[in-house]
Design a protein around this ligand. Structure first.
Ligand code: THU
Length: 129
């Protein structure tokens, strides 16, 4: 199952628009509906306007009608076990639970499995969530 998510993340990475960093990233979410949603990083000539692979995948999930991330795989061509950046951790957390699994990949497959709680401990929480 996690291998399928790895393959989806790797496929997503092939769509990267990363002409400035030359650092393609792919992300794939399995949502509570069992479906896989993919995303990649999309950069912009105005550098701060680009965004990461993870929010692209989250956007696909939301537009597919799902709301919960059961598991998510991330891969970067140039960095084995590419950890989601800080902002992405918060974005993933919005749709995850403490035990949501994060799969960090290299070119061969999933190499490290973490939970949301491990990836973003002591996270921002208020009475609104
Ligand atoms: N990037 C992601 O897509 N996800 C991350 O979690 C880390 C960074 C992208 C942003 C930018 O397009 C490129 O990687 C280099 O930072």
């Amino acid at each position: 199952m996690s291998h399928e998510l790895f393959e989806a993340a790797r496929d997503a990475m092939s769509f990267a628009h990363a002409p400035y960093s030359k650092f393609p990233v792919g992300a794939a979410i399995r949502a509570e509906d069992g479906r896989i949603y993919k995303g990649t990083n999309i950069e912009n000539l105005s550098f701060p306007q680009g965004w990461c692979a993870e929010p692209s995948a989250i956007s696909a999930m939301i537009m597919g009608g799902a709301k919960k991330i059961a598991e998510i795989a991330v891969i970067a061509e140039k960095l084995a076990l590419c950890p989601p950046c800080g902002g992405c951790r918060q974005k993933i957390a919005e749709f995850a639970s403490a035990d949501t699994k994060i799969y960090l990949c290299d070119e061969a497959g999933v190499q490290k499995v973490m939970t949301m709680e491990e990836l973003l401990p002591f996270s921002f929480k208020t009475e609104l969530a």
